[in-house]
Design a protein around this ligand. Structure first.
Ligand SMILES: [Zn+2]
Length: 95
C-alpha cells in the first residue's frame, strides 16, 4: 500500500517504515528533506497511510518551495486539513 520510494518534483524520496522513532521524530512520521527520506512509524495500515500522505505533502511544500512562503506551524495545519479532506471524500491510493 505504501511505496518504497516516491518522486516529488524530480526528487526521489525513499520511504522507510520504522519500529522506533528516529531522532527528532515527534509524531507518527518524519520527512527528512535533506536526505530525502520519509520515515513512517509502524502502525495500523490506515494510520500509516494517513502519515504517508502527510509526509508526502511536506515533500511537496519542500520541493515546490511553498515552505519559503508558509511558516512551519501553518504548513502543519494546511497539510492536516488537506489529508483529512482527501481521505474523507476521495479514494486515495498510490499509483
Ligand atoms: Zn507534519
Amino acid at each position: 500500500m505504501i511505496p518504497k520510494s516516491l518522486n516529488i518534483y524530480g526528487e526521489t524520496y525513499k520511504v522507510k517504515i520504522v519500529k522506533d522513532k528516529p531522532d527528532a521524530m515527534d509524531c507518527a512520521g518524519k520527512n527528512h528533506s535533506k536526505s530525502k527520506i520519509i520515515y513512517i512509524k509502524e502502525d495500523e495500515a490506515e494510520e500509516m497511510f494517513h502519515t504517508y500522505l502527510h509526509e508526502c505533502f511536506h515533500g511537496v511544500f519542500e520541493e515546490g518551495r511553498l515552505n519559503e512562503a508558509v511558516e512551519d506551524g501553518l504548513e502543519e495545519v494546511i497539510i492536516e486539513q488537506l489529508v483529512k479532506f482527501l481521505l474523507k471524500h476521495f479514494t486515495v491510493k498510490p499509483k
